[in-house]
Design a binder for this molecule. Structure first.
Ligand SMILES: [Zn+2]
Length: 105
């Protein structure tokens, strides 16, 4: 489900809590075990590594997967997936398998 970006400024994002609440209610009512497991956003810096802002916000829900798409003027690069480790205070990179890929990072 797509959310508008509620953050001011072009280098930040904030998911609309109303969109998130509606999604969670829909999934709960479906009763089929689906749940929010993560979210994705892009980095206009061209890096797929989590930013300091991402790290500051990730501790609230360390179970979520953060997928980050690096974007440059030439286009989007391959996404990377991360999960925050609250004990270490840093993100750990996760393997992504996409259709057609046979290798993990
Ligand atoms: Zn970010």
């Amino acid at each position: 489900m797509e959310s508008p970006n509620l953050a001011d400024g072009s280098d930040r994002f904030e998911v609309d809590p109303g969109v998130r609440a509606r999604l969670q209610r829909t999934l709960r009512q479906a009763g089929d075990g689906r749940a929010v497991v993560g979210h994705f956003h892009s980095h206009p810096t061209g890096s797929a590594a989590p930013s300091a802002v991402d790290a500051a916000r990730a501790g609230d829900e360390p179970h979520l997967v953060w997928v980050i798409v690096p974007v440059t003027p030439a286009g989007a690069g391959p996404p990377e997936a991360w999960r925050f480790d609250p004990r270490e205070g840093t993100f750990r990179r996760l393997a992504i398998k996409t259709p057609g890929s046979s290798q993990f990072p």
